[in-house]
Ligand binder design. Structure first.
Ligand SMILES: C[S@@+](CC[C@H](N)C(=O)[O-])C[C@H]1O[C@@H](n2cnc3c(N)ncnc32)[C@H](O)[C@@H]1O
Length: 222
């Protein structure tokens, strides 16, 4: 029997979702929130470029599992700040999963108004504990007044710049978790020219050539 391309596409996405949930299991409630987020993202993707179109068939493994794996590295963190959230990775995904953690909140920082509008809608439809800030990162982190347990970023900037963005929050006790690609070693070498850091490096659970850089102390070289 001949299958339409829409049927084939939905089977590819279903298989990818099953693979993602095997890698990074979530509760039934979180899965339902993530389903609502994915449906909204696919709807908005037609008019706003939120993720690279070539990655859409692998949205669950490439983007959702990639984001979810951070939770294990900060199991007690309640207050999260995601820098340059864009289409919501990792911030909205973390908020969906953290909805069951009492007192949890995820702050999403994004400077483009259209993307911030999408993030607000994603938080509304999922009911996740997210707070969207339409702002430049530099403007908001310098003035951050509350406590922060964990600061995240993915696909935002070279590592030495991410460290600079996160420094005010790490100085107040936050742990930084940055999702990085295959050039991580070179980025770490470059970063040590500017910063005194003792990073921990974890290979991505979702395969490929991804890495997570974890940092909990940042000092400038004199
Ligand atoms: C390449 S996208 C990555 C989005 C998302 N983190 C992901 O992995 O899919 C980077 C996002 O960061 C935002 N951004 C870049 N520099 C920023 C800044 N200085 N302040 C706030 N947002 C910024 C951009 O508007 C964009 O949406």
């Amino acid at each position: 029997m001949k299958q339409t391309s829409a049927v084939v596409a939905s089977k590819v996405i279903a298989a990818d979702k099953a693979a993602a949930l095997a890698l990074t299991p979530v509760s039934r409630e979180t899965e339902q929130r993530l389903d609502r987020y994915v449906a909204l993202l696919l709807e908005w993707q037609a008019k706003t470029n939120l993720v690279a179109p070539s990655t859409l068939p692998h949205l669950w493994t490439r983007h959702i599992s990639d984001s979810l794996q951070l939770l294990d590295l900060a199991p007690d963190a309640k207050i999260w700040v995601d820098l340059g959230s864009g289409g919501g990775f990792p911030g909205v995904v973390l908020a969906c999963a953290l909805a069951e953690r009492p007192g949890a909140e995820v702050h999403l920082v994004e400077r483009i108004a259209k993307k911030a509008a999408f993030l607000r809608e994603a938080i509304r439809v999922t009911g996740a504990p997210g707070i969207v800030h339409l702002s430049e990162i530099g403007d908001i982190v310098e003035k951050w007044s509350g406590g922060v347990d964990c600061v995240t970023a993915r696909a935002l900037a070279p590592l030495h710049q991410l460290i600079g963005f996160a420094e005010p929050l790490v100085k107040r006790g936050a742990k930084a978790l940055f999702l990085k690609g295959q050039d991580v070693e070179a980025e770490l070498t470059e970063s040590t020219k500017y910063w005194k850091i003792e990073p921990k490096l974890y290979s991505s659970r979702t395969g490929g050539q991804g890495w997570i850089v974890a940092i909990d102390c940042i000092e400038r070289h004199n």
